[in-house]
Design a protein around this ligand. Structure first.
Ligand code: HMG
Ligand code: MG
Length: 299
């Protein structure tokens, strides 16, 4: 079966823009987020409190959060790797954060300058303090299907890191196929293994990159397995600067087209969303890679 409703966790402003070569002006980012909210998205990952030298594209996090409209039904989670990041998030009135770990040692080193064990030690006080402050905490685990340096990643290895991250006290686990190599059978097996390890589908989200064109098929497999939170990036913006061959995320428009067709509610206005992505593509100077954005473009 399929869920009646899916929550789209929009990552375009963060996962999308972190990978743009150009530094997008803060006014453009702000208008982007505002338009995404106007199209009906209610959970929008806006930025990261990481080291500005590591991700210069998001060095304006404070400035952006200072100008974004806030409202009771809009959630703006941000990435936070360490206590310094948490301090910055708290100083900016953030109520939802995401820590981000890796299933593999190579990516943990490249993305966090830490081993897997060291990164968990870095996250532990972040989650503890965040929860004491009443924040909601998501845990990403990257490279859940494969890793560009290590190849296939065994399911047990993903379950082990994911379980350790959730035991810190996180509320949601997002499964990151960072380089888009996964296929639906593997996704189903991974979700079944996580459920067997005690992480139910009510706490799972999926985060697919579309490098090999599998993101939508993988999403459908995850929905059939019981997942109801899906990460997507407006217009298919994105990638990860510290993972070779990571391209854009699953485009939000492609996801909404499929869910509309399946009769699964999202609350998103597809026409308004596609218009937003066309507008953003003009600002970035290149067309959106989303097939749905292209198909809906006036000729
Ligand atoms: P490090 O160099 O090991 O940091 O980097 P450190 O702890 O040794 O600190 C060094 C200096 O950085 C200190 O300054 C700190 O204050 C400062 P100094 O005392 O030398 O003047 N510093 C900070 N400044 C501002 N904000 C901070 C911060 N932390 C330390 N938060 C660190 C470690 C984790 C900071 C670094 O590796 C980093 O910033 N990494 C971020 C990488 C990143 O953002 N990657 C992209 C997101 S992950 C992703 O895209 C995957 C995902 O989409 C899911 C999927 O697709 O799989 C989520
Ligand atoms: Mg990603």
């Amino acid at each position: 079966g399929l869920p009646d409703r899916v929550t789209i966790y929009e990552v375009g402003p963060r996962d999308g823009l972190q990978n743009e070569k150009a530094i997008v002006p803060v006014e453009v980012k702000s208008e982007f987020v505002t338009r995404l909210a106007g199209a009906g998205l209610t959970t929008i990952e806006t930025t990261s409190f990481v080291h500005p030298k590591w991700v210069p594209q998001l060095a304006d996090a404070e400035e952006l959060l200072g100008v974004l409209p806030r409202s009771g039904n809009l959630r703006y989670p941000v990435l936070v790797p360490n206590e310094r990041g948490l301090d910055r998030a708290l100083a900016n009135g953030i109520t939802e954060i995401a820590i981000f770990g890796s299933a593999t040692e190579t990516f943990a080193r490249r993305n966090l300058n830490r081993t897997v064990d060291e990164s968990l030690a870095m996250f532990a006080p972040v989650v503890e303090r965040a929860r004491a402050e009443g924040l909601w905490v998501r845990a990403y685990v990257s490279m859940v299907c494969g890793d560009p340096w290590e190849g296939d990643v065994p399911i047990e290895q993903v379950v082990s890191v994911a379980s350790r991250m959730m035991e810190l006290g996180c509320s949601q686990l997002s499964l990151g196929d960072t380089i888009g190599v996964g296929t639906p059978g593997h996704v189903t097996a991974l979700i079944e293994a996580l459920v067997a390890a005690g992480i139910g589908t009510d706490r799972l989200a999926v985060h697919f990159h579309d490098t090999y064109g599998q993101a939508l098929a993988n999403t459908l497999a995850a929905l059939r397995a019981g997942v109801t939170v899906v990460d997507a990036s407006a217009g298919g913006l994105g990638g990860c600067p510290y993972a070779e061959s990571a391209t854009g995320n699953l485009p939000t428009e492609d996801l909404v087209w499929m869910l509309d067709g399946l009769g699964v509610e999202t609350g998103v206005d597809l026409a308004a969303l596609a218009a937003t992505s066309r507008w953003m593509a003009e600002r970035l100077g290149r067309p959106s890679p989303s097939r749905v954005v292209q198909a809906l473009s006036p000729t």
